[in-house]
Design a protein around this ligand. Structure first.
Ligand code: G16
Ligand code: MG
Length: 218
């Protein structure tokens, strides 16, 4: 029986995935790496330094930068990203998410957050959703990022549930892989082509309701 939900943040609860993409696109242009839809999708859910590495690799530039220069590029991306986050309000919560959180909470399901983002607490604060997520996986404690199962396993552990008692919710291919490898039920939100490995698919967050989930699990 399902007893809890482990949520991704960027691209599921809020539209920050667009901000991440925008800020990375600037970095790609700066270093002269090619930007593509595939790269943009592939970066979703991937940690900051791993994302930079993917961008540099796309331009065969990985060995052109020292470790310090890479850290400087990642820091610059984060500064640009945080400027966008600073303008966020509860209006940036994706459609239906607030109602869904209220609904699962009133049905007694437990909740945790499995975001790769070090900025997750700040984003939740901007959205005024902090009280829904007393349990947040700290990405600093992870030895491996998505698609490794570690982050979703920790998400279940934080609410004292077994993985099979949890549903993980994701917008990224790497995230769905992580949920599946953890042994949780996966919901993929967005392009069904990219999220083909998800147990349950929804085109957008507005379709994600307990009733619709039960229908797809039956
Ligand atoms: C998010 C985004 C990624 C981002 C990562 C790290 O993951 O999807 O694009 O690179 O966090 O974020 P930061 O640089 O803020 O620490 P998730 O897991 O929330 O989708
Ligand atoms: Mg995401």
């Amino acid at each position: 029986d399902i007893k809890g939900f482990v949520f991704d943040l960027d691209g599921v609860i809020t539209d920050t995935s667009v901000f991440h993409s925008q800020a990375w696109h600037q970095v790609a242009d700066k270093v002269g790496a090619p930007w593509s839809k595939e790269l943009e999708d592939g970066l979703k859910g991937i940690s900051r330094m791993d994302s930079l590495e993917m961008i540099l690799k796309a331009g065969n530039l990985s060995d052109q930068y020292t470790e310090d220069q890479k850290i400087a590029l990642a820091t610059e991306k984060n500064t640009n990203y945080l400027k966008l986050v600073d303008q966020m309000t509860p209006d940036n919560i994706l459609p239906g998410i607030k109602d869904f959180l209220d609904d699962i909470q009133s049905h007694g399901y437990l909740l945790s957050l499995a975001s790769a983002s070090k900025n997750a607490p700040k984003v939740l604060e901007k959205l005024q959703l902090t009280t829904y997520f007393p349990k947040i996986v700290d990405p600093k404690t992870l030895s491996k990022g998505k698609p490794d199962p570690e982050i979703y396993l920790k998400g279940a552990e934080l609410i004292n549930l077994k993985p099979e008692q949890c549903i993980g919710v994701e917008d990224a291919g790497a995230g769905v892989e992580s949920i599946n490898a953890a042994g949780e039920t996966s919901i993929g939100i967005g392009d069904k082509q990219i999220l083909k490995d998800a147990d349950i698919n929804f085109e957008d967050t507005g379709e994600m309701t307990l009733t619709n989930i039960q229908k797809q699990m039956a």
